[in-house]
Write a protein that binds this ligand. Structure first.
Ligand SMILES: Nc1ncnc2c1ncn2[C@@H]1O[C@H](COP(=O)(O)OP(=O)(O)O)[C@@H](O)[C@H]1O
Ligand SMILES: [Mg+2]
Length: 392
């Protein structure tokens, strides 16, 4: 019985309503017991012409319910006491009936109300159990704006987030397995060719296998870095950094590569650039990524320009190239992980797995900035820009 009581919110609510009704009835009964004689006295005692002080002494006599031993006896007085007793009896009877009626109504109302509370809670319990079983599409209808309605709303928000995380997780596993499969298949194919004697054991074959293994190693490194930046699991070592020095460092790092690819690499640094507060290594990583891409996707004879300027309260750093450009429909997806404009082209061009720009976006956003790309279309070159707020 106690267990049943403990485990059912509806029963608890019902009994608490019942307790309120009983306490109310008790208070009502006690209150009328004390106030009724006074009220009777003032309404009837004086009205009946019981003057010369009798009306004043009637009240205590009635309160104690005795007529004997009280001063001022007489037929008039006995009649009033009798009248009072009859009045009190009929009053009590009416009160009892009213209480029973009120009790019945209150029980019905309390049953309805407790159902109104218990039913949504039951729905939420069922829905959360379904989510726990892996049905992430489960939602509840939220009615009203009271606490239960708010609870249903937050429940739906939580379910939405869980569904997103789950679908991202599935997609990530799919993408990663796909990315791992390509170089693995190539390595396996070459090894089989070697074993069957179809492929010559030439330095080129070994070179090819080594290249694929290298791609695998790169992919694993990128994935590790991606998971770190996506989880925000890296410390930012924020210090004042001179913008021009940061650009020059990157510039120097790529000079050799640009020269060997026959690409003109230049830098435009606006003179009045202030010092900004960033993690130098992380911003260099972003810049390295952008310049690396620009050199990668620009054919021989092209140009790559790094420039920086102040724009209001931000510093904008751009990497522009005269390379293969980006079709308009690809522009919104470029910073999504594993996205490549043309997978085969990117692979032939020595491209990676489409993680670099995603990492760059996370790093820039960790500094409170934004990163975006502009391109007039294929073969029209592209410009990648990121902004970093000056005041933090
Ligand atoms: N400068 C650029 N010019 C043209 N396309 C670019 C450029 N930078 C990036 N892209 C496109 O964006 C895709 C994603 O870039 P990124 O995330 O660095 O991956 P990847 O490892 O393939 O370089 C690239 O595959 C390429 O298609
Ligand atoms: Mg890249």
């Amino acid at each position: 019985m106690i267990k049943f009581f403990r485990h059912h919110l509806g029963v608890k609510l019902f009994f608490s309503y019942l307790a309120v009704i009983l306490v109310g009835a008790l208070v009502l009964g006690l209150a009328t017991r004390f106030t009724l004689p006074e009220a009777f006295n003032s309404h009837l005692g004086l009205g009946m012409g019981l003057g010369n002080g009798q009306g004043m002494t009637l009240a205590p006599a009635l309160r104690f319910g005795a007529s004997a031993g009280v001063q001022g006896t007489g037929p008039g007085r006995t009649a009033v006491v009798d009248l009072f007793n009859s009045f009190q009896a009929s009053f009590n009877e009416a009160l009892l009936l009213a209480l029973v009626a009120a009790g019945v109504v209150a029980i019905l109302v309390s049953l309805l109300l407790s159902r109104g509370v218990v039913a949504p809670v039951r729905i939420l319990t069922t829905a959360s159990q379904r989510i726990a079983d892996g049905h992430y599409g489960e939602r509840v209808q939220s009615k009203g704006s009271d606490e239960l309605g708010q609870l249903a709303n937050s429940f739906n928000q939580m379910a939405e987030k869980l569904e997103q995380v789950e679908s991202m997780r599935r997609q990530l596993i799919g993408d990663v397995s796909h990315e791992l499969r390509t170089p693995l298949t190539a390595i396996k194919g070459s090894m089989e060719g070697l074993m069957d004697g179809v492929l010559l054991a030439s330095p080129e074959t070994y070179q090819q296998i080594h290249q694929e293994a290298d791609r695998l190693a790169h992919l694993v490194d990128d994935l590790q870095e991606l998971s770190r930046v996506e989880a925000g699991a890296y410390p930012l070592d924020i210090r004042p950094v001179v913008v021009s020095r940061l650009i020059q460092t990157t510039f120097k790092g790529f000079a050799g590569q640009a020269q060997s690819k026959g690409i003109e690499l230049s830098g435009e640094i606006s003179a009045e650039l202030p010092v900004f507060l960033v993690d130098e290594d992380r911003i260099t990583q972003v810049l390295t990524n952008l310049v690396g891409n620009a050199l990668q996707y620009t054919p021989r004879g092209g140009q790559v320009t790094i420039s920086s300027r102040r724009q209001g309260n931000e510093i904008h750093i751009s990497v522009a190239d005269t390379g293969i450009g980006i079709p308009a429909e690809s522009l919104p997806h470029l910073f999504t992980r594993f996205y490549r404009v043309d997978k085969s082209r990117s692979r032939q061009a020595g491209g990676g797995s489409g993680i670099g720009l995603t990492i760059a976006r996370h790093l820039v956003e960790a500094h409170g900035g934004r990163i975006w790309v502009e391109s007039a279309g294929e073969a029209q070159g592209s410009t990648f820009t990121f902004s970093i707020p000056i005041t933090k």
